[in-house]
Design a protein around this ligand. Structure first.
Ligand SMILES: C[S@@+](CC[C@H](N)C(=O)[O-])C[C@H]1O[C@@H](n2cnc3c(N)ncnc32)[C@H](O)[C@@H]1O
Length: 343
């Protein structure tokens, strides 16, 4: 009889114990990371985004605007978790293709693997790690003169926000990094350590409409604040009123994130190149999450309508319904605009 006690098969590591009924730390949410369907449904029903996932915003509205026909070529410039991309990939079948871009080297391979496992023909999906500012170059490399439908869902994904090691959230402790592509540029902590008060005040004002930009900039510029917590603690000292602090933290984090990733430069470049990347009759949908982005999109589309690049554009902004905002609070600030390329 073999001795069961002498079995040398390595045992799987024991799961870390957490206190309380439900895991609170990102890493401990193993059922969500493993995409356990029951857990995902429970977390989603409670108005939260399961760890390691992202809920696509205004999905039916975007699909209606893009009105993709089988055989067309679509582009998702901000692949993220691939929620929108899955629907676009479905709509281009049979015979069409989806070009998907993202700058994030950590999430992109995971999303590509997930999309490839869905069973679509391999050649119908092209995934490229690229900034969308380089869209004309990507299309030229693929031998394409334009696409028939294009989506840009700006900003950060829930996976990025919720992962404390990325440093995007003031709610969790982690390195003050905030780079969408951690292989490029400098982390937010290095930016703060080297910036002048004048420059910091300007970016707090321009990127997040921060009303106390000068006061905060004077106190924070040139400081060594290596972690998200060190920044929130510094902010708390400057903002004793809890309600004011609750509004200040997200504004300061947003302003730093936009700067670290040069988000406005990327968006301005995309908007400049956009007309040449869309086939005649092609449709564009752009989802923004704050006024600095929306102002740029609105202005660029209006200018394109005036010079007859676009045959029509959205007259007003499309917002998530109260039901969508309730189910997915992260959709609350979303604004959708669209345009159709003239023939
Ligand atoms: C809001 S998420 C997209 C979510 C996606 N629509 C989904 O359904 O899962 C935004 C994504 O855009 C990416 N991103 C932001 N700026 C970018 C840029 N300039 N070029 C390419 N990707 C960018 C981020 O890394 C992030 O993954």
């Amino acid at each position: 009889m073999p001795d069961s006690t002498s079995d040398n098969t390595p045992r799987p590591p024991r799961r870390k114990r957490y206190s309380g009924k439900n895991p609170r730390c990102f890493e401990d949410k193993y059922k969500e990371h493993q995409q356990d369907p029951e857990t995902l449904a429970k977390v989603t029903a409670s108005g939260k985004t399961p760890a390691g996932t992202h809920i696509p915003v205004l999905l039916p509205e975007i699909l209606g605007i893009l009105a993709i026909r089988p055989g067309e070529t679509a582009a998702d410039l901000t692949l993220g978790y691939g929620g929108h991309a899955t629907a676009l990939l479905t709509d281009v079948q049979p015979g069409g293709r989806l070009i998907a871009l993202d700058v994030d080297p950590i999430e992109l391979p995971r999303t590509e693997a997930r999309l490839r496992s869905l069973g679509f023909p391999d050649e119908t999906l092209t995934v490229q790690r690229s900034n969308f500012a380089g869209l004309p170059k990507v299309l030229a490399t693929l031998g394409l003169t334009g696409v028939d439908a294009l989506l840009a869902d700006l900003g950060v994904s829930s996976m990025q926000i919720d992962n404390p090691t990325r440093g995007f959230s003031f709610k969790t402790e982690g390195p003050l990094d905030m780079r969408l592509n951690p292989e490029r540029g400098q982390p937010a902590s290095a930016l703060l350590a080297s910036i002048t008060p004048q420059k910091l005040a300007a970016l707090l004002h321009e990127n997040a409409d921060e009303p106390r930009a000068f006061l905060l900039a004077d106190a924070l510029a040139g400081k060594t604040l290596p972690t998200t917590r060190s920044l929130t603690e510094a902010l708390r000292l400057l903002t004793p009123d809890p309600d004011e602090a609750e509004a200040t933290f997200p504004r300061v984090f947003q302003a730093l994130r936009i700067t670290v990733n040069e988000e406005f430069t990327a968006l301005d470049t995309l908007l400049r190149h956009l007309p040449q990347c869309i086939n005649p009759g092609g449709r564009v949908a752009i989802l923004t999450f704050h006024s600095g982005e929306d102002r740029r999109v609105k202005k660029a589309l209006a200018a394109g309508l005036a010079n007859e690049t676009w045959s029509s554009i959205s007259e007003t902004v499309i917002r998530p319904t109260p039901t969508e905002q309730h189910k997915n609070p992260r959709s609350s600030s979303a604004k959708l605009r669209w345009a159709i390329r003239a023939w």
